[in-house]
Design a protein around this ligand. Structure first.
Ligand code: 48F
Length: 254
């Protein structure tokens, strides 16, 4: 067989072009590919919900790669151990109730689960705004290539429509902040100081629909609520992603 470079180019362009067209309208857009976004998107897609994960960086995984201070290990507490098992992530019990995982394995297994569930990934794309029409709901996202965003080139974005949006953008709660900045009735209080026990125990209360059509999960949920941060313990992120998926599925009647 002789390889043809143009065929390779055509394969990439046609495949992704078709996928992009197909996802101009979808059930759920999850913004951010950290632990909460990955868990949420996977559990939604497993229900047959058409779900895309939009990630501004080249790689999926968010804050997991670096573990704690670049030691690539993550701690998960007892309450979330069942999710490690569910996603096939191996762990070691350090002390009763504290489970240590390898961050690279955790990213890989969560990402693989998302792929298997049918989540469509759009990486290197930054969400820069939301679309809101007369019904007052977030009905879509305004997106552009991350390199365009970084370079400050004057290139107009495109828009995708989604019935529900999940802000899983971490500490900055970027989607919620966009709505706040433009005068939507939503206040992002910003994350509070480090207090792992409080932050982890409250995160499920903060995982909710904060604006019509917009749900928050993971650190974004705590940031909107002015709740504490927790550092490199990740159980709350997975549990929050799971809760967000339940709430969104309920909203979609699925
Ligand atoms: O920060 P991140 O991992 O969010 P998370 O799921 O988990 C937080 C933990 O990693 C850790 C912690 C608790 O253990 O404190 O920090 O809440 O992942 C957020 C992802 O969102 C992407 C960003 O690149 C990252 O991968 N992101 C942020 N803004 C945008 C975005 C945007 N405007 N468009 C697309 N992706």
């Amino acid at each position: 067989m002789t390889l043809n470079e143009v065929t390779i180019s055509r394969a990439i362009l046609e495949e992704q072009h078709q996928t992009f067209l197909d996802y101009l309208e979808m059930d759920v857009a999850v913004v951010g590919g950290g632990p909460s976004g990955l868990a949420c998107a996977t559990l939604l897609a497993e229900k047959g919900i058409k779900c895309a994960l939009i990630e501004k960086k080249l790689s999926i995984g968010g804050g997991m790669w670096g573990g704690g201070m670049m030691f690539p290990r993550i701690v998960v507490q007892e309450e979330a151990r069942r999710l490690l098992d569910r996603f096939g992530i191996t762990y070691r019990e350090f002390e009763p109730g504290y489970y240590v995982t390898k961050s690279v394995e955790t990213v890989a297994k969560l990402t693989a689960a998302a792929c298997d569930a049918g989540v469509e990934f759009f990486n290197l794309i930054t969400v820069e705004d939301v679309m809101i029409h007369g019904d007052g709901r977030v009905g879509g996202l305004v997106i552009n290539w991350t390199p365009v965003d970084i370079s400050g080139l004057h290139v107009d974005p495109l828009t995708v429509a989604c019935t529900c949006t999940v802000d899983a953008t971490g500490h900055d709660a970027m989607v919620a902040r966009m709505i706040e900045r433009k005068g939507g009735s939503l206040q992002v209080k910003g994350e509070s100081f480090m207090w792992a026990e409080r932050a982890e125990s409250q995160i499920l209360n903060h995982t909710r629909e904060v604006f019509p059509g917009l749900f928050v999960t993971g650190m974004a949920a705590n940031a909107v609520a002015g709740e504490c941060r927790m550092g490199p313990i990740f159980g709350g992120m997975l549990l929050s992603g799971e809760r967000a998926a339940e709430l969104v599925a309920e909203r979609l009647g699925r």
